[in-house]
Design a protein around this ligand. Structure first.
Ligand code: HEM
Length: 185
């Protein structure tokens, strides 16, 4: 099963370059023991900014994964069809776009469940369990939030604030915290 090239004419490429990262002891993300809370103000910021991100979810999903693989090439190998592909090739890959969209759709569902913690938890717990079957390592989960932030930041130009960045960072910490709970047993 290969990674088909998309027929889309527009090729998405990385806008910024970043240093490669490794998942050694020093760079391993911190695993918090407490479930990170979101304030009402953060929830409102997330809902409002999601309306803007929503218009561009296809591109954000692809850019997010390209940035992830550029910085952490090991993660690319989890996806068997992506092995040996260059970032340029992956930018046109239907399967990559599909997973990018799957993540975005999950973000959308979690935003809709911000005040329904039990529903949110059920959704993310099942998704976490599935990722065990997808051979995703627990530590990889923490890598995605920062790349999502890098992917959406340019859309907001001067409207981007530290408060908004913290809201999205805490959002992904919560999402991946619940997914990781399902992955560790
Ligand atoms: C670096 C972290 C992650 C890795 C390595 C990873 C890996 C995978 C893999 C291998 C699949 C199987 C489908 C495919 O091969 O394309 C998959 C499916 C999926 N992933 Fe991820 N994933 C990651 C993070 C996430 C996150 C953070 C979310 C949501 C917020 C997510 C949402 C999904 C969804 C919704 C599916 C489809 C599940 C289904 O088939 O029902 N993934 N992921």
């Amino acid at each position: 099963m290969g990674c088909r090239n998309s027929s889309l004419e527009k090729k998405i490429s990385l806008e910024e370059s970043s240093n490669k990262g490794t998942l050694d002891a020093q760079s391993e993300p911190e695993v918090k023991e407490e479930r990170p809370p979101l304030t009402d103000r953060q929830k409102q910021l997330l809902r409002d900014s999601w309306k803007i991100v929503q218009a561009d979810i296809y591109k954000v999903g692809v850019v997010m994964f390209l940035k992830l693989f550029e910085k952490y090439p090991d993660v690319q190998d989890i996806f068997i069809p992506y092995r040996g592909q260059t970032l340029d090739e992956l930018g046109n890959c239907d399967r990559l776009r599909e997973h990018g969209l799957q993540v975005m759709r999950t973000v959308e569902k979690v935003i809709a469940r911000l005040d329904k913690p039990e529903n949110m938890e059920a959704l993310l717990f099942i998704l976490g369990q599935k990722h065990v079957m997808f051979n995703t390592k627990v530590d990889y989960m923490d890598l995605i939030g920062p790349q999502f932030i890098l992917a959406i930041k340019p859309t907001f130009k001067n409207d981007w604030t530290i408060e908004l960045e913290e809201a999205w960072s805490d959002f992904f910490k919560l999402v991946t915290f619940i997914m990781k709970e399902a992955m560790v047993f």
